[in-house]
Design a protein. Structure first.
Length: 180
């Protein structure tokens, strides 16, 4: 079967859910969580890109990214493609830390992202900073994309948090996955 046909079929499957989302106007925030070891291909890139377009209704979007791992690399690539078509959209790095780690990477981060946001995490112990940053991103988002195929890890915990807080999300993993 033709790759474009497969992507169109998948997007159409998701569109019933997507089309009822209450977006429109300025201010759509989309964020992403997935496994750092995730390996993607061109078909999955097209699938995610078309889902972003469907979710956003081609509106201006703020993309919140954590910048870690292979799934975030795929998300960033799709966000950049979207921004090429919708120039006022922003790709924003959400950092869990303000420290030497960030200072050492600031030039690199500034080249890849339009902004850096640090959520108010001053009182959070460093070992919980990423978890709290992820929760903050989910609370701010209109929609969250996941690639989760396990029942453990940060992406799985983030998906549980989104479900618990009724934040609309899509898990793009296409295998047989039962969420519990």
């Amino acid at each position: 079967m033709n790759t474009s046909l497969l992507i169109a079929k998948y997007v159409k499957m998701c569109y019933t859910y997507v089309s009822i989302l209450p977006y429109g106007g300025f201010g759509v925030i989309i964020t992403f969580f997935g496994h750092s070891s995730y390996m993607y291909n061109a078909i999955e890139e097209e699938k995610l890109f078309h889902l972003i377009e469907a979710i956003s209704h081609n509106d201006i979007v703020e993309f919140y990214l954590g910048g870690y791992g292979k799934f975030d690399a795929l998300a960033e690539k799709c966000c950049k493609r979207y921004k090429e078509k919708h120039g006022e959209s922003k790709i924003i790095f959400i950092t869990p830390y303000i420290n030497k780690w960030l200072d050492d990477r600031k030039e690199y981060i500034n080249k890849r992202y339009d902004e850096i946001i640090y959520p108010e995490l001053e009182g959070v112990p460093p070992k919980y900073a990423i978890l709290r940053r992820n929760e903050w991103m989910i609370k701010k988002a209109n929609h969250v994309f996941f690639y989760v195929n396990t029942h453990y890890g940060g992406a799985y915990k983030a998906m549980l948090f989104a479900a618990k807080h009724n934040v609309p999300y899509t898990n793009i993993y296409s295998g047989n996955y039962i969420f519990y």
